[in-house]
Design a protein around this ligand. Structure first.
Ligand SMILES: Cc1ncc(COP(=O)(O)O)c(C=O)c1O
Length: 386
């Protein structure tokens, strides 16, 4: 693996950005909350976007922008996963893909399982699709988190019709094992239910960790599953609007083919251009460098917490740039991020937003420079002396 150093942009440049991360809080706040990263774009992405701006190429996305071919090759190279290009469609973003697929596979009022603590918009998307959230929390097995397969089975037995899986999981960074995914598929199939798998963080799975796309976990998984993914997290393209919906057997493929044409029309042209460039082999080196930078930061975070916030409980994530940190031992109440924001001027995500399992927790975005990460933890740690 190449590990050319990838450095985050200097903070004065970042503060000129106009995205949510940089425009939500005052300039004295260090933002380590929303899932945007602070690195320069991969060169191939900058080039394709600059050319589009030069040409005024800002119209609608064509029917075949090249994403199918680019993603199929990427999935083969990075995950050893063979995807049928004819079973890929696009839409504007992952959560919209989730809503549109759920609308097809559930009826209004049906229950959809989530595994909290989990990315807060999951609940809203289930409700938007007409469903009712059915919470089956992840199990903390002492060394990591895993799906509560018995709890999920009980929920399906009691009538839940689908599960909205997060793989890799936000906020814990858990990459679910092939065995647990295959077991989930078997259970879902037995109850005639479906599995909608949000795999947006998969491109940033760390080397040495095996990411299993849900629909590749077993034949049953291919029959019951839908994968929704994007280049947008690893490559920081959330504002450009492009996500992929992928299936692996005829039933789900037909359901996706029957989605209203508008679902695909909502794909942003800049998102499509950037995704093709992100998934191209020429961006592999940048992605490897990103993973190396994130690997350093996830280790550094452990050291910083030990030094400045003793009592914090943290497990290094296997994917992504988000860390789930339990601060309950510090006695800062259910929502430590609130105090850290007001008194230390550091914005972490508030744990309780991820479900009651998140009480006492914060989510830290370490997709930044080591310097920013250090300052953020030092500022929070200084509260202990107060
Ligand atoms: C697990 C997960 N799914 C979806 C999203 C949002 O994706 P999109 O902007 O493509 O809807 C995020 C953003 O952080 C995420 O972490």
């Amino acid at each position: 693996m190449s590990a050319l150093p990838l450095k985050a942009l200097p903070i004065d440049q970042l503060r000129q950005r106009s995205s949510t991360k940089w425009r939500t809080h005052d300039a004295d706040v260090l933002p380590l909350f929303v899932a945007e990263t602070d690195f320069p774009l991969a060169p191939a992405i900058s080039a394709v976007l600059a050319r589009a701006v030069e040409l005024g190429d800002t119209g609608y996305t064509p029917p075949q922008p090249g994403i199918r071919e680019a993603y199929t090759a990427f999935a083969q190279r990075r995950f050893g996963w063979t995807v049928d290009p004819d079973r890929i469609r696009t839409t504007c973003d992952v959560m919209m893909g989730v809503v549109e697929v759920l609308r097809q596979v559930i009826k209004p009022g049906d229950r959809v399982i989530t595994n909290p603590p989990v990315y807060p918009p999951f609940d809203m998307c289930i409700v938007e699709a007409g469903g009712v959230v059915d919470r089956v929390p992840l199990i903390d097995n002492g060394t990591g988190w895993e799906l509560d397969l018995a709890g999920i089975e009980a929920s399906f037995a009691a009538g839940a019709r689908s599960i909205l899986l997060c793989n890799p999981h936000n906020p814990t960074g858990t990459v679910h094992s092939r065995e647990s995914l295959a077991a989930l598929a078997e259970i879902a199939e037995r109850f005639g239910a479906t599995v909608v798998s949000d795999e947006i963080h998969s491109p940033s799975t760390q080397p040495g960790v095996t990411f299993t796309p849900f629909i590749s976990a077993s034949d049953a998984a291919a029959r019951v599953g839908y994968v929704i993914t994007s280049a947008s997290k690893a490559f920081n393209l959330a504002g450009l609007k492009c996500a992929l919906i992928i299936t692996a057997s005829d039933g789900p493929t037909q359901i996706v083919a029957d989605l209203p044409p508008e679902v695909e029309w909502r794909t942003g042209l800049f998102g499509a251009l950037a995704a093709v460039a992100a998934f191209a082999p020429e961006s592999d080196e940048w992605l490897d460098s990103l993973l190396a930078a994130l690997d350093e930061n996830r280790r550094l975070l452990g050291e910083l917490l030990e030094e400045h916030l003793p009592g914090a409980r943290y497990r290094m994530p296997d994917a992504g740039f988000l860390a789930w940190v339990d601060l309950s031992a510090l006695g800062w109440g259910d929502d430590p991020a609130e105090r850290i924001l007001t008194e230390a001027k550091v914005a972490f995500n508030q744990g309780p937003n991820f479900g009651p399992e998140g009480n006492g927790h914060v989510r830290i975005n370490f997709g930044c420079s080591p310097e920013v990460l250090r300052e953020a933890v030092e500022r929070a740690g200084a509260l202990l002396a107060k």
